[in-house]
Write a protein that binds this ligand. Structure first.
Ligand SMILES: [Zn+2]
Ligand SMILES: [Zn+2]
Length: 214
């Protein structure tokens, strides 16, 4: 679901009167203790860092604004902190510019599935597509999408969707869930670039001047 790469994520709010919105972000690790059901139960496992003992890592993220004084404290038992890259997330990269469009990458399709064509699992990307460069992508900005699929014969191909249309309401969406749907689709492109060119054509087909024979 490439939609989840971009949508359903909220920015931490400042006050409406904040004159200089900027966050200071700090992370703290504490060793928490979990009360054991029986006081005589002690930990005999040779792994002192294992998760079944009475201790756990507690992570707290403290986010403050020195201008408006707003503070957000995010905490939870076993809340994981993952250090990764925008290349692995897709999100946070600059969009690719192709065929007069901006292509916003999602998570690499093969992430976690071993070597792709690059020799790594870092490729390829699927994309959401806009006609303009925006600071923060919204569903309304998207004019198309490009995704990978396999044909019945097992050949990798790229599908493309163009021109937003309301998605069929088969299931009520969960909070934070976004589904984009497209009025026009094709499925037989051999590369994302080819799919982008098709989207460009689909978007501007209606705007080509009519040639009238006289
Ligand atoms: Zn602020
Ligand atoms: Zn143990």
């Amino acid at each position: 679901m490439i939609e989840n790469t971009y949508f359903g994520w909220g920015q931490l709010p400042h006050t409406t009167t904040c004159t200089s919105p900027a966050w200071d972000v700090d992370v703290r690790h504490d060793l928490g203790t979990r009360p054991l059901t029986a006081a005589e139960l002690t930990h005999h496992c040779p792994d002192e860092h294992c998760a079944h003992t009475g201790a756990f890592d507690r992570v707290t993220v403290r986010v403050i604004c020195r201008s408006c004084g707003t503070a957000h404290v995010i905490t939870g038992e076993a809340l994981a902190r993952t250090v990764t890259t925008t290349q692995a997330l897709g999100y946070g990269q600059a969009p690719r510019q192709i065929a007069g469009l901006y292509l916003w990458p999602g998570r690499p399709v093969l992430h976690g599935y071993g070597p792709g064509r690059s020799g790594l699992d870092d490729q390829p990307y699927e994309y959401l597509v806009t006609t303009t460069l925006v600071d923060r992508l919204t569903p309304g900005d998207c004019v198309g999408a490009i995704g990978r699929h396999r044909t019945a014969g097992g050949h990798p191909r790229w599908w493309a969707g163009a021109i937003p249309t309301p998605p069929p309401l088969r299931v009520l969406p969960e909070p934070g869930e976004y589904r984009l749907a497209w009025a026009h689709r094709t499925s037989d492109h051999t590369s994302p670039d080819e799919a982008a060119t098709w989207i460009h054509g689909a978007l501007y087909a209606d705007q080509q001047p009519l040639v009238v024979a006289v």
